[in-house]
Design a protein around this ligand. Structure first.
Ligand SMILES: [Zn+2]
Ligand SMILES: [Zn+2]
Ligand SMILES: [Zn+2]
Length: 264
């Protein structure tokens, strides 16, 4: 499918209109987000809001004017995070902050989002919806999931927002007791959870943890990243090539590593 170059959109009452000219090398997948956050929910009334992240420079308000004017207004829950909406009809159009704008997919004009239709309402020229709301994009704030209601929303699931720097996927974030060491894990596609779950009764694990038995999960090293100062990460080696990682501040045993594998 060729990538879309330009789309238009606007609010329900048509008073507010915008235009997007996608940058030439725009990555549709990386910039697609389905958001479960309470703020988007409140503002939209929907339990899932698909937005698309764009550099602010690729987005233009075309009505009522290029400079925001009534009925276009913004509401700030967090200072300098502008939640644009129409005061005449209430449509939630975009979130803006830090040089980016996230456009709500639902306000993209139907001929661009769904596609061009014939007189019977059958799509004859497919729109950009599948790229704008990429099914392999991000799903954010999944800690606000609603069980089977939101289960089917496709994408990589994050506990918080990828746009706000909290890159901790929901089932694989962790850290030590004192918080100095934090890590995240992105499971490889097709990761076999059952095969990689281990219960270890070895003396070394017992000594290091103080526990009789340790539940560990094996991962390729490439899927693990430590998002805390490496200076706090202790590395105890009993034999060459084997590393026992722990927190130097609180003593928590984090992981056992034998490149390229890791058990934590
Ligand atoms: Zn309106
Ligand atoms: Zn949100
Ligand atoms: Zn309100």
């Amino acid at each position: 499918m060729s990538s879309p170059t330009k789309i238009t959109g606007g609010c329900l009452c048509k008073a507010v209109r915008y235009e997007v000219n996608f940058p030439e090398d725009h990555d549709f997948k990386a910039n697609s987000v389905a958001c479960f956050c309470s703020l988007c929910r409140k503002q939209s009334g929907a339990v899932v809001v698909h937005v698309h992240i764009l550099p602010r420079s690729s987005f233009t308000w075309t009505s009522p004017s290029a400079t925001p004017a009534a009925p276009l207004a913004n509401y700030q829950v967090i200072k300098d995070n502008l939640r644009w909406f129409c005061t005449a009809c209430g449509s939630y159009l975009a979130w803006e902050g830090n040089g980016i704008i996230e456009v709500t997919a639902g306000t993209v004009d139907e001929e661009f989002l769904v596609g061009k239709k014939d007189g019977d309402g059958t799509v004859i020229e497919k729109g950009v919806g599948e790229q704008f709301c990429h099914p392999e994009g991000a799903v954010t704030w999944v800690n606000n999931s609603l069980g089977p209601v939101t289960e089917g929303i496709k994408g990589t699931r994050w506990k918080f927002s990828v746009a706000h720097g909290e890159k901790l996927p929901v089932k694989a974030a962790g850290g030590c007791l004192c918080g100095a060491i934090r890590y995240s894990v992105i499971f490889p596609p097709g990761h076999d959870f059952a095969m990689n779950s281990t219960k270890c009764l070895c003396t070394a694990c017992r000594k290091q943890s103080g526990a009789m038995m340790l539940h560990l999960h094996t991962l390729p090293l490439s899927s693990f990243s430590c998002v805390a100062p490496a200076s706090e990460l202790g590395d105890y080696s009993r034999s060459p090539g084997y590393h026992r990682l722990f927190c130097k501040r609180c003593g928590s045993f984090i992981a056992w590593r034998q490149d390229p594998r890791l058990c934590g």
